[in-house]
Design a binder for this molecule. Sequence first.
Ligand SMILES: [Cu+2]
Length: 84
Amino acid sequence: MSEITYTVPDLTCGHCKRAVSSELAGVAGVDAVEVELDTKLVTVRGQDLDDAALRGAIAEAGYEAACWRLQARLPSAFGWSWRG
Ligand SMILES: [Cu+2]
């Protein structure tokens, strides 16, 4: 089981959430998708996750994955908050 977290800045509402979730759910190996609108974080869990395929699915839904796990988690390491 592995987990990759992406930041998708354009996620704004329930429609975005559903669009991205359903595209990601269709990628091979994906077991679960979590979308947090507050933080713009998309967490994907599954087996043998393929970063390129996951980014492709997010793009297919009409959004862009700005960065992934390391970058996405840096701010909290410095005590910043993304919740305006
Ligand atoms: Cu939306």
